[in-house]
Ligand binder design. Structure first.
Ligand code: BGC
Length: 610
């Protein structure tokens, strides 16, 4: 061999040695198709699953168990590794964020999947947690805490309908919602994702959402985060906060407070359940075999598949990725939501099956569950969902009207001295405050971006609504502070910055620190200086401490995070509609003795609302 050729070959070997390991063991090129029964839509789902499963190699099975965030893929990964699923994490949208942009993107991914030996379609998941909130122009509904206040099962169905229609217009058939957390502590950054502190209300409202979305639109839902995510203690969480922390609870509390919404979700046919980042009695839920295998799949007879939370298995305390993966699979996790470390996870599953650390039965069970959902959703026939089920366009008037109804029903009137509300005809109103004119703040986290209020959603603000209502009632809206003395009444809209997950953890809950908007107190002080009746509206994902201020307010309305149709707030303030909302949580007097109910630290009790 010529020296040059040898050198060239050596160089090629080095290059191979460097680049191949990441794609060597786990690629799926040797798989063969021996039967096509699974492709027959007339065969039963059970027969199709069995037929397909019997043809899959270990590599293909492991691929099905992987869900990868789209930003962590290179162009041929779906095909080379036979990936089972992709997701858009918070804010992960196609560059052209329109229905067409999403469809193009998904078509590209599904095309790659169709080139794998068995052409198994991907299942694509997003967090459409208050409407299809990743899509620019979508109607954004109030976050769950507001829907807990509205407490209207029919409304939950209408929201599920509108969200499904908007999702299907982008080709997406898996929603990481509803969050069925039973939240106990308002310092938690995910408090607003909860329908309230009472498991019964959480179950009663999430049930209709689940069945509507799945049965009518064939979109898989996810009940999350399994479980007791709402019971964690301050100081045990991420960076010393509360999110992803530990719930110290007895078996009785677990069964009484945190399991009922899952029992109900399973009864309603929930196709997937997401495991919580948090721990129960210091055991990470992702490593809790008793919780997943014995209780969820055993006692509750859950037949769908269990998905881990984003990179969640990497928080399992073990010395290597291999050990974490083995623990997670053997604890009952079927699909792995992964970003940075997906290839290691995939390789670990394959190696562990070959080494006998994971039994063949276990991955067969995991893959059967995943394939069952894919067949049930009709993805082999319609990889982008059933288009015939879309009745309205994105952001149709009907969807906006549903959102307005949700806003109106969610408002809770907490104080109303001398019946100052509703605002009478011909009133001059000075509207101020840092949350009075921002669709982004009204929507909060999980809106276009993970933390929200960056790319601006389309919608109407609370101030827009005041202007509409004033023009209908002979009144006037003043926003210029220099003209404020001419007003009969002052309305101050205070609020919180947008946040999601641990970034929203807030120990103080005051009106001027933590996640409170910096302009809250100056707006309030200016309003006090006018010596006029003062109405305060709060835009927030949780109660904030108002104990020292509320005596200076003539009326107080909690508006939660109303979403894109914030103008509907004014329709209730002006009396076009009555107040209906009731607190889905206990409103604390101070932020020290929490949870409020257990510590008798109550300013307004659960279910209060005038
Ligand atoms: C959240 C989940 C979410 C997932 C995918 C995680 O950080 O905890 O609720 O579904 O990301 O976006």
């Amino acid at each position: 061999m010529k020296k040059k050729t040898l050198l060239f070959r050596l160089a090629a070997l080095v290059i191979l040695a460097v680049f191949i390991p990441s794609c060597s063991s786990s690629t799926i090129k040797e798989a063969k198709v021996s039967s096509k029964t699974y492709k027959d839509p007339k065969a039963s789902v059970e027969v199709r699953v069995k037929d397909l499963l019997s043809q899959l190699t270990v590599e293909e099975k492991a691929g099905q168990m992987l869900q990868v965030e789209r930003n962590y893929l290179s162009s041929s990964d779906i095909k080379n590794y036979g990936l089972g699923s992709l997701l858009s994490g918070g804010g992960s949208t196609p560059r052209e964020n329109s229905p067409e942009g999403w469809i193009d993107m998904l078509e590209g991914y599904q095309k790659q999947a169709s080139k794998t030996p068995h052409a198994i379609p991907l299942i694509y998941g997003v967090d459409a947690v208050h409407g299809h909130n990743s899509l620019l122009g979508a109607v954004i509904f109030p976050h769950n805490i507001g829907l807990g206040a509205a407490n209207d099962k029919e409304l939950m169905k209408e929201i599920a309908d509108a969200t499904s229609e908007e999702m299907l217009s982008t080709g997406i058939t898996w929603n990481f919602a509803p969050c069925v957390a039973v939240a106990q502590d308002p310092r938690w950054g995910r408090y607003y994702e909860s329908l309230g502190e009472d498991p019964q209300r959480v179950s009663e409202l999430s049930g209709p959402y689940i069945s509507e979305m799945q049965d009518k639109y064939n979109i898989a839902v996810t009940a999350k985060h399994y479980t007791a995510d709402g019971g964690t203690k301050w100081g045990t969480g991420y960076s010393g906060g509360i999110d992803q922390g530990n719930s110290s609870i007895s078996d009785e509390e677990l069964r009484k407070i945190y399991l009922p919404p899952y029992e109900n979700a399973v009864k309603n046919g929930a196709k997937t359940i997401m495991v919580s980042f948090s721990s129960i009695n210091d055991i990470k839920c992702h490593a809790n075999k008793h919780l997943i295998m014995d209780i969820l799949k055993g006692e509750m007879k859950f037949k769908g598949f269990v998905v881990s939370d984003y990179n969640g298995i990497h928080q399992i305390p073990a010395k290597s990725t291999y050990d974490k993966v083995v623990t997670a699979v053997n604890s009952g996790i079927d699909m792995f939501m992964e970003a940075d470390y997906w290839k290691q996870t995939l390789d670990s599953i394959i190696k562990a099956v070959k080494a006998g650390d994971i039994k063949q039965d276990r991955i067969d069970d995991a893959v059967s569950r995943i394939l069952t959902v894919k067949f049930e959703l009709g993805l082999f026939e319609n990889p982008l969902g059933n288009k015939q089920l879309i009745k309205n366009q994105v952001a149709s008037d009907a969807h906006k009207e549903t959102a307005k109804k949700a806003v109106r029903e969610s408002l809770v009137l907490l104080k109303n001295e001398n019946s100052i509300l509703p605002i009478k005809n011909n009133t001059k109103v000075f509207v101020s405050g840092p949350a009075s004119n921002s669709v982004g703040l009204q929507c909060g986290g999980w809106t276009l971006d993970w933390q929200g209020n960056k790319r601006q959603p389309v919608g109407n603000t609370i101030l827009d609504g005041f202007k509409q209502m004033a023009s209908q009632s002979g009144g006037e809206i003043i926003t210029d502070p220099e003209q404020a003395t001419k007003a009969d009444l002052s309305v101050v809209v205070i609020g919180e910055e947008s946040y999601a997950e641990y970034e929203g953890d807030d120990a103080s809950l005051t009106l001027d620190s933590g996640k409170a908007l910096s302009g809250n107190m100056s707006a309030l002080k200016f309003a006090y200086s006018l010596n006029k009746p003062t109405v305060v509206i709060m835009v927030s994902g949780r109660p904030r401490i108002v104990t020292d201020e509320i005596d200076k307010w003539n009326a107080f309305v909690e508006a939660w995070l109303p979403g894109s149709q914030g103008d509907a707030v004014a329709e209730v303030i002006y009396g076009k509609y009555g107040f209906k909302g009731k607190l889905p949580v206990t409103w604390p007097k101070d932020s020290k003795n929490l949870p409020a109910k257990a510590n008798n630290n109550i300013l307004f009790p659960y279910n209060f609302g005038l």
